[in-house]
Design a protein around this ligand. Sequence first.
Ligand code: LLP
Length: 415
Amino acid sequence: MSAIRRIDGELWMEGVRLAEVAARFGTPCYVYSRAAIETAWRAFDDALAGTDHLVCYAVKANSNLAVLGLLARLGSGFDIVSGGELARVLAAGGRADRIIFSGVGKSEEEMRAALSAGIRCFNVESEPELERLDAVARAMGVRAPVSLRVNPDVDARTHPYISTGLKGNKFGIAHDRALAAYELAARLPNLRVTGIDCHIGSQILDMAPLEEALERVLELAAAVVARGIPIAHVDVGGGLGIRYREEETALDIGRWCAAVAARLAGSGYSLVLEPGRAIVGNAGALLSRVEYLKLDKDKRFAILDASMSELIRPALYDAWHEIVPLAALDRPEALYDVVGPVCESSDVLGTDRLLAIAPGDGIAILSAGAYGMVMSSNYNSRPRPAEVMVDGARAVQVRERETTGSLFAGESTLD
Ligand code: LLP
């Protein structure tokens, strides 16, 4: 579902004009559509209606409490990677027994917090992590439920920075060491093996590598079971790619779910998924305003009030986000490099964009609902933007804009 439509030249999200959101809450500002988030989550859940499953939203994609709260009310599970994300999910009303904990570097403190909350499962990524978790669980007098994240050595054919399933990558336990790791997990008295998981990368647009990874994981699961170690669930990770530009086709949620469900039918395994971007990516936009149009030799720059501090994806991954004016106005059209005010040449939001704009005009940077606000920084002492959730005809601020004072509230000078 596309969260944004243009009606009579103006951009709307559900029943709200985005120019109104920009005027009311200021720019830069993130805005999300409740309906788009719920529709995307339901696309997974509905497609898996006949399969024992749990959709665990990957909190890292967008961890605003309002987003988590909507999903918690739908009955979602959550995939977390830190104690901070655990606290957010619980604060938003998420159920602990629907939380799975991923990540290569869990601290003892994070393990303790997750064990006391009573999470569903730890996705363990190394042998030393198994040993640490066993020791932490022993000290607490509990048994920790574990799944091993295996690295299926499959090329996700996505950007190298967001590809995680190949050998030589820090993620997961190498395929050829996985059986020995399962035997270790089964021997450790304070662990209880419950599953197997993998995640080969993000923004994957082709189903073939995901299917290949699933086959490798199922083969391994069978080998684990054959050694007398029971596996209750298979977690296929996230990674489904969305459409950032017109010529791209998103990976179809229904098709992928149907393929996994068909493959697992009769296996006795329950299914866990960890989608992030596919749920929130297209549901959000970053609203901004044109500060200056600058002509430099034969280049034109549109300098916005948003920057790499608010949305780092173009600078970091060369990612492409559609950039459009909030209102189609009568302006001369020209090709612009769209940049921010930050003092870095990489502070670029888009290059060679044909835009009809003038200083003061409102701008939307689309498909910014995933890995947008969560990756924002205060670089150049820029306060983080406000976040707004649109719900039908209302727009609700779900995070205040940071104040300049808050930027250095915890700092001090030497006496
Ligand atoms: N599960 C695990 C273990 C993950 O590491 C990730 C994402 C997900 C699930 C969710 O993946 P998704 O469904 O969102 O593709 N910052 C990058 C993306 C980094 C993804 C990190 N891991 C970007 O802006 O493209």
